[in-house]
Write a protein that binds this ligand. Structure first.
Ligand SMILES: NC(=O)c1ccc[n+]([C@@H]2O[C@H](COP(=O)([O-])OP(=O)(O)OC[C@H]3O[C@@H](n4cnc5c(N)ncnc54)[C@H](O)[C@@H]3O)[C@@H](O)[C@H]2O)c1
Length: 297
């Protein structure tokens, strides 16, 4: 049965694809963002999630005028999906990025918990693996990158996402709730596949993304599976597609382009260096949008 979902940051790059996917699965969605989302059937409440009062209020409101009809006040919310953020470095001063991302995540999770909403899904990031926004040419510790990696970003954005995972863990423990953090890879929307020939031609350019990606629509599937899967407590899930963004098999590709990093775990022939094994095995994820279907040369 469809769930009632509050989605934050639904007007952004990922949200524009994930929200329609959730609607397609029969869920009802209410979007909290600083700017509207043009999506039939979804209301946007202009909300600044850095403000705890606004956040508490927004999570306890009607999703729209139709909510008035029951005469019983706002219906319960089943899940909160928190995507709103400053999505990278160099958009805002470093301290503003760190502060916006950590306080908004704290506010959303705390409000959800104290309002009795026991499922929260938050957007963490590939940047927690420490290379994406590192100074200089940093090496990963080992491949494949799995959820138990000792995350060590040096930048304000990656650090904000590590803190958010800790915030999620603390609240999940305190309230006995399910809070799942998605370490989202580089988000690729349909129009971005035109950039892949350039990625393939220049392997070093994709080291910072660990030669992995997530199709924005497949990210919708992952969020849906998280909404449906209860009882896991605090979890971190890599959210990436199955295969490496290269034509060469993963092991020989990594030996050539990442010689400073040992391969210490099992890795399939074309498996992405950020492993998505956990979402496949625990959530039943099955990708629909492999890059090879969209890139001809
Ligand atoms: N795009 C990627 O490649 C990528 C990779 C890994 C993780 N992520 C994470 O995924 C999430 C979505 O990323 P995106 O690419 O769609 O980003 P985006 O910037 O396109 O969308 C983020 C949305 O959040 C909203 N927002 C920002 N601050 C807000 C605030 N204080 N209150 C309310 N709304 C606010 C923005 O208006 C925007 O619509 C983010 O948490 C990002 O950090 C993105």
């Amino acid at each position: 049965m469809g769930k009632r979902i509050v989605f934050t940051g639904g007007s952004g790059k990922a949200g524009r694809h994930v929200v329609p996917y959730l609607l397609g699965q029969g869920h009802e969605v209410f979007n909290l963002d600083l700017v509207p989302l043009d999506c039939p059937g979804v209301n946007t409440l202009i909300t600044d999630l850095r403000d705890g009062g606004e956040t508490f209020n927004a999570l306890s409101m009607h999703f729209g005028f139709k909510g008035l009809e029951s005469g019983k006040g706002p219906a319960p919310v089943d899940a909160v999906v928190h995507f709103a953020a400053v999505p990278r470095i160099l958009m805002r001063p470093d301290n503003a990025t760190f502060s916006a991302n950590t306080i908004s995540t704290y506010n959303v999770i705390e409000a959800a918990m104290k309002l009795g909403i026991s499922k929260v899904i938050i957007a963490s990031s590939e940047t927690t693996y420490g290379v994406c926004f590192a100074e200089g040419d940093k090496n990963y510790h080992s491949f494949p990158l799995t959820e138990d990696y000792d995350v060590d970003p040096m930048d304000s954005y990656g650090l904000s996402k590590v803190v958010n995972e800790k915030t999620a863990r603390a609240f999940a423990m305190r309230f006995g709730a399910d809070i799942y953090a998605l370490r989202i890879g580089n988000v690729i929307s349909p129009e971005d596949y035109s950039r892949f020939p350039g990625f393939l031609a220049d392997p070093p350019s994709r080291k910072r993304n660990a030669w992995s990606y997530i199709d924005a629509r497949d990210l919708g599937q992952i969020v849906h599976l998280c909404v449906e899967k209860d009882g896991l407590g605090f979890q971190v899930f890599n959210a990436v597609n199955d295969t490496i963004t290269a034509r060469e098999p993963t092991r020989s590709f990594l030996e050539r382009w990442a010689p400073g990093t040992p391969i210490t775990g099992e890795i399939g022939e074309f498996e992405a260096p950020i492993s998505n094994r956990k979402i496949r095995e625990v959530l039943g994820f099955a990708e629909n949008h492999n890059w090879r279907n969209y890139v001809s040369d």
